[in-house]
Design a protein around this ligand. Sequence first.
Ligand code: ADP
Length: 290
Amino acid sequence: MSDPGSSAPAAPEQASVPKPPIVEFRGVTQTFQYGTPYAFTAIADINFQVEDIPDKGEFITIVGPSGCGKSTLINLIAGFSSHLPPTEGEVLIHGHPVLGPGPDRGMIFQKYSSFPQRTVLDNVGFGLELNRKRLRLSMRDVRETAAEWVKKVGLAGHERKYPSQLSGGQQQRVAIARTLALKPEILLMDEPFSALDEPTRIDMQRLLVDLWHEVHATVFLITHSIAEAVYLGDRVWIFSHSPGRIAVEIRDALPPARGVDPESVMVRPDFLAAIKAVSDEFQRVTEQPT
Ligand code: ADP
């Protein structure tokens, strides 16, 4: 038992070591076919830091003209071999250079990316099965976790169907379930809802927000829709024309909207004002001569 009256030396104050950002770009330039007559610089001198916010994550939405390097940026974070290493600069995750893909990062594309010969349940369980040893899961755990995620994305009853038997929105639900089941720290989404009709897109936004509360990932989402960027983003990045740069970051002007149902947000005056502000900035940035 400790004696409250004793004068034991106080424990030295823990020096708090700042945690490195979860994602950092330091002077990143990506030139495809570098050193050839076809060299093309997709992004130039990109610098940013995204802090690791425990149990919360941050949602970054990215808009910009077509071909300005938005996918290049998230492909670099994903660690695809077609993009690594960047021509100049460093891409860091938790302070370490990205050397390839990893289970800490999940990617969802615009094109439905399920395996056609696997059922919904097997598609959702795919990543879990691949990472079974690392996650210490039995095959039974894999099946149970996959079944839980099938339910979470609203596909209960469709477990035994094949992707070709699903609508576009349902196929994207499969991709979301497969990716989130692995609880990635970083979620990369490349126009995930662009191919869907408006009511389905709104449903998917709703679903994404609900599930995001569960996984607390840091999200980078590319979208053509300014309304979607404003609704989902903690920050909106507007890219300039190629070679792409983050021309503007909008943070303070975004109304707190993400927890609220998208349909009721879309008519709120503060939300409409934010969409107008981001649209005006977008126009200003993209009309600037390159
Ligand atoms: P965005 O996502 O903004 O539409 P991308 O990042 O896909 O733009 O592409 C930026 C530019 O880089 C485009 O002109 C594209 O053709 C080019 N590009 C992208 N990936 C490659 C690659 N692997 N090889 C050559 N050029 C590429």
